[in-house]
Every structure is written in structure tokens, then in C-alpha cells.
Design a protein around this ligand. Structure first.
Ligand SMILES: [Fe+2]
Ligand SMILES: [Fe+2]
Length: 287
């Protein structure tokens, strides 16, 4: 896997994204997330979480990736990415028809991850809207197919752009202060998160789905580990963000710990999930 100016292939993004997930799963063993929203997850109670430790070697490639991501996710890049999002037509797709695609070269591991996440939620009796979030939360990775600047603009943990993150953050006199160009307590709705598959999908679904705001928060913040795991950026939150934080923490274990080598029986599950998709999305959406 290369960094730098190379355009990423979907497979590169997939590998890197898996490494990021493994590192996050590993960190989760050291500081288990507190789930305060809804009920505790039960699906993984008998699963030996120590198996994730064998992935420690993923840490080094991920570190190099984050150095690049923090350097390139500038305020300027983020403003331009949002202008491009709102001004360009990329594709118009039917989610149900997409789920019919059976091309063996299409990102099978990604589809399995999405189905495993949704199935773990279904087994735990989570509401339908949450199962749909599980099923779709990484679809923003389709960004890779529309010509992105690099993997750093698609995957990886996200952070707030335009204020202080850590010592590698911008040395700009405004952007590198604690509040940056934001007001304390302005609410996370009003901050720019580093551009990637989460932010992208959130913008798509916010306008074109009937998912509740907790579901949209799960999508937007699922890679925002500095916030939902480390407790950073609390000074920018407003009252609604506390509810969103609980939702994201309830979502996180399903994303990290539902991965399994057991093959998903895609054909068997398809009718159930196609029916769910139809409940929350119009026939076609602008992508
Ligand atoms: Fe993700
Ligand atoms: Fe995921």
C-alpha cells in the first residue's frame, strides 16, 4: 500500500480501512467504550475479543497514514470538498438494485462487513432504522470511485478541521487554537469534520432518507474516535450532541466487533434488507 500522491484503488482503500478498524478494535480492548444508549450489545458477549490483538502490526501503516491525513485535510481542502459535493452530479442510484449486483469483483468483504454489522444489530433486537444504519454506514466509501485525492480523503478516523487537534495540527494562529474559528458550544452540526466516507454519506442521507437523527449521527460520527472514544472536542458540543454521542457509542461495538470469518448468506438475507431499504429511502437517490 502506498501513500503520497498515488490515486487509491478501491482495494487499497479497503485494506487501509481494515487496518484502521483493526487498530480501533485493538484500542477498544484497552479502553472499552461505555454504551449508555439503548441496551448493552449482547451479540459479542461470547466472542474472544483478544483475537483482535493479533492485528497489532496494522498500527505502523496506520500511523503513516494519519500523518498524511492530518497534513492534507486542510480547511481549504474541506471547503472545496463541500463545494464540489453540492455542485457536482455524480450518480443517481437505486439502493435496492445496487444490492442485486452480484459481480464477484465488487468489494465482497465490504458487503460482508455491512451485513454482519446489520445482522448483529438484528440479533440484538435493535430497531429497523438502526439495522439500516448498520447496513449502509460505509457506503460512503463509494467516494473512491468518483476520483478522490487519496485514501486520506475517504477513510481513517475523523477530526474537527479548523481548530486545534494535536501537536501535528496546523500552526495557523487561528486554526491551531482550542476553539479555532468556532464558538465554544456551537454544536457539532456547525463544525467541519475532516472529509471522508462518513461525512459524505451523512450529507447524502440527511436529505434523502427518513432515518432519525440518531441514525444520521451514527453515520456522521462513526469514525470520529477522538470524540466518541477519547472525549475530545467536548467544548464544541451543544445539548443535542450528548444524545448523539450516546447513539454513536451504542453503534460502535457493532461496527468493530461484528466482523467474523463466517460467510454471510447474502442471497438468503437479501429480501429482508431490500424490504428495509424500501422503508427508509426513495426509489432512487442522488449520490
Ligand atoms: Fe466506516
Ligand atoms: Fe464499518
Amino acid at each position: 500500500m502506498k501513500f503520497g500522491d498515488d490515486k487509491p484503488s478501491a482495494a487499497d482503500s479497503e485494506r487501509l480501512s481494515d487496518a484502521v478498524d483493526r487498530v480501533n478494535a485493538l484500542k477498544g480492548q484497552l479502553t472499552p467504550p461505555i454504551t449508555t444508549w439503548d441496551t448493552e450489545p449482547a451479540f459479542d458477549s461470547d466472542k474472544d475479543k483478544s483475537q483482535f490483538r493479533k492485528f497489532e502490526d496494522a498500527c505502523n501503516s496506520v500511523k503513516a497514514f494519519y500523518a498524511e491525513q492530518h497534513e492534507k485535510q486542510t480547511v481549504k481542502f474541506n471547503i472545496e470538498a463541500r463545494i464540489a459535493f453540492h455542485s457536482q452530479k455524480r450518480a443517481r442510484i437505486c439502493l435496492i438494485r445496487c444490492s442485486d449486483a452480484s459481480d464477484p469483483d465488487t468489494d465482497v468483504p465490504q458487503i460482508e462487513h455491512l451485513l454482519q454489522t446489520a445482522e448483529a444489530m438484528r440479533r440484538d433486537g435493535k430497531p429497523e432504522w438502526m439495522q439500516v444504519v448498520g447496513l449502509t454506514h460505509d457506503l460512503g466509501k463509494l467516494l473512491s470511485f468518483f476520483g478522490t485525492d487519496g485514501q486520506w480523503a475517504v477513510v481513517g478516523d475523523t477530526f474537527v478541521v479548523g481548530c486545534k487537534f494535536d501537536e501535528r495540527d496546523s500552526k495557523d494562529p487561528v486554526y491551531s487554537t482550542v476553539n479555532g474559528f468556532y464558538a465554544a458550544g456551537c454544536g457539532l452540526d456547525n463544525v467541519m469534520l475532516s472529509w471522508g466516507h462518513d461525512e459524505y454519506l451523512y450529507h447524502v442521507f440527511r436529505e434523502q432518507s427518513s432515518l432519525p437523527e440518531e441514525g444520521l449521527a451514527m453515520i456522521r460520527y462513526h469514525s470520529f474516535y477522538p470524540w466518541h472514544r477519547e472525549g475530545a472536542y467536548m467544548h464544541l458540543m451543544d445539548s443535542r450532541d450528548y444524545k448523539h454521542l450516546e447513539a454513536v457509542r451504542a453503534f460502535n461495538p457493532y461496527d468493530l466487533y461484528s466482523k467474523s470469518n463466517e460467510r454471510v448468506r447474502v442471497a438468503e438475507l437479501k429480501p429482508y434488507y431490500q424490504n428495509l431499504i424500501a422503508k427508509f429511502f426513495p426509489n432512487e437517490i442522488d449520490w
